[in-house]
Design a protein around this ligand. Structure first.
Ligand code: NAP
Length: 293
């Protein structure tokens, strides 16, 4: 049984990867040239890498996060890499006015918007749920409600341009593993909201695509710091991850899975044998290293 699974899972992963990525042959970096793109959570990690790819592709960029000093550096680098233009608006996504402020900036400087990439997340520990309901409320505000507010504010301009919304989610938004209860809840919520909204846009014949990105473990500084003492897997590279997200958004794909084999295999096992998957996750983690808060 063990041997069979060892051979079966990679094969299945490869088949799923082929299925999900066969459309990517049509991708051309020129698709992004001159496009007006907002990237949230762009001061570090995957968001920063997306900004650099888009800059090389000569897009117009409006970046946001809280830390102004980091955003200034990212904007400077984007201009060096060839961005058609690059600017930032700094602020925290738990502020109810930031989404409007960002979209006003896009309207005033560009007169429209082609792509909204929702990527930021608030801080949340990789640990047992400690009963802190206020933390769950705050994280919902940052990781979910602000995504809804930004998409809502952007929709009029995206309808005009027949543009795209890209929502960066996680395997934790499809599978409830341990030590991520608040984070996982926010990511499941994104799937529910944006999958339902996608259906409504199709019914209304509104040509705005919604791409949901289901990411596995990626080598960003914050993720490695949070989970490397518990999760034994090697993380996938953030640069490639960022490019796959942009590719999926440009091709108006319904879903991006990255790394495709790992994510595809987990989702398949979850649908065939959820309890088996739960036990694989529990037994592969170094749970003895998880600190309780
Ligand atoms: N890395 C992984 O293993 C992994 C796995 C699955 C899914 N993902 C998803 O990928 C996306 C990016 O993750 P990452 O690893 O690149 O994260 P990261 O490096 O920690 O970056 C998070 C970004 O969000 C910003 N941010 C944090 N709190 C904020 C707030 N209150 N308001 C506005 N912006 C805020 C941060 O900048 P400031 O601190 O300057 O505000 C930063 O730019 C997330 O949606 C995450 O769920 C990542």
């Amino acid at each position: 049984m063990g041997l069979l699974l060892k051979a079966f899972i990679p094969l299945l992963g490869a088949a799923l990867a082929f299925y999900f990525y066969s459309a990517s042959e049509n991708f051309n970096e020129e698709m992004l040239r001159g496009k007006r793109v907002i990237v949230t959570g762009a001061s570090s990690g995957i968001g920063e890498q997306m900004a650099y790819h888009l800059a090389r592709m000569e897009a117009h960029l409006l970046l946001t996060a809280r830390t102004e000093a980091k955003l200034q550096k990212v904007v400077k680098r984007c201009l060096e890499l060839g961005a058609a233009s690059a600017r930032y608006v700094s602020g925290s996504m738990d502020s109810p006015t930031l989404p409007q402020e960002l979209l006003r900036e896009a309207e005033n400087t560009w007169g429209g918007l082609d792509m909204l990439i929702l990527n930021h997340i608030g801080q949340s520990g990789f640990t047992y749920f400690n009963g802190d309901v206020e933390h769950v409320r705050k994280l919902m505000e940052i990781n979910f409600v602000s995504y809804v507010a930004l998409a809502t504010a952007a929709l009029p301009m995206l309808k005009e341009s027949e543009g795209s919304i890209v929502v960066v989610s996680s395997i934790a938004g499809r599978i409830g593993g341990p030590f991520t209860a608040p984070y996982s809840a926010t990511k499941f919520a994104l799937d529910g909201f944006f999958s339902s909204l996608r259906q409504e846009l199709i019914i209304d014949k509104v040509n705005v695509s919604i791409t949901l990105c289901i990411l596995g473990y990626i080598d960003t500084e914050s993720a490695v710091r949070a989970v490397s003492h518990v999760v034994p897997d090697a993380p996938a590279p953030k640069e490639e991850c960022a490019l796959e997200i942009i590719r999926g958004g440009a091709l108006r794909q319904r879903e991006v899975r990255y790394p495709p084999r790992a994510v595809g295999s987990m989702l398949l096992i979850r649908s065939l044998a959820p309890e088996f998957l739960d036990s694989i996750i529990r037994s592969s983690y170094h749970v003895e290293n998880v600190r309780r808060t």
